[in-house]
Ligand binder design. Sequence first.
Ligand code: NAP
Length: 265
Amino acid sequence: MLKGDSMGILEGKKGLVLGLANNKSIAWGVAQACHREGAELGFNYLGEQLEKRVRPLAEQVNATLIESMDVGNDAEMDAFFAKVEEKWGKIDFLVHSIAFANKDALRNPFSQASRADFQLAMDISAYSFIACAQRAAKIMNDGGSMVTMTYLGAERAVPGYGMMGVAKAALEASTRYLAQDLGQRGIRVNAVSAGPIRTLAASAVGDFKALMAKSARGSMLGRNVTQDEVGNTTAYLASDLSSGVSGEVHYVDAGFHVGAGDPGE
Ligand code: NAP
């Protein structure tokens, strides 16, 4: 290679980015970073209505695979991964950027959680990573990488995050156990714990504006993070540059979690 030439860190790799809803999504920051670093990308969308939003974005990053998949439905998941295998053969990385809880379940007191709301939040926000990982592993090259998105509410009681915090705790524990299982094949599994970013999913969290202000004030950098910063870290975790990292929860929160909280309180 000539001096000055630079190869992207994901050059020659194929990866799935699951959970792109719109251009505010964390998955959009991930997609742009992975595309810039040379990856060939595939996406899912949730139903026909959302295809209209996802397809134009996916095309901007030259996606070669855009297919429907509801992660709450095993048959749809099987069909999606069968299409990935048919089209691409093998994959190198998977990014899971999906969560869901009923809005009311997040607004009501946590102690009043219903069984149905709890099961739904756990299913879509935690189990779906296991369901994706087990299917992805079958078609993943040894030495591949899987990354999911989590939040500090997994380990601290963050007001307004209640049921999703419990689901994220399960997601982080699942990350460690998936890393243990799949490590035998050199596949690494990590989570990125992002600071608050204004997205569609975030709008379900009560008083998100206050949460963002508090996070900025209490962080080491005195500000919140961007979807691009989360995307860049995810691209590193998807790449061979992080070959010695697995089972990790990597914070991208401008240092909020190592501080004592909001000094303005
Ligand atoms: P987002 O743009 O709303 O992304 C959430 C995605 O999950 C959407 O694409 C949504 O699809 C998808 N989804 C929900 N139910 C699904 C299902 N049954 N099957 C397939 N896809 C489904 O919000 P985001 O903030 O970027 O969230 C991405 C991830 O980052 C989530 O895990 C979230 O918890 C995590 N995170 C977010 C923040 C933050 O402050 N924003 C901080 C830390 C971690 P539709 O929109 O099409 O329903």
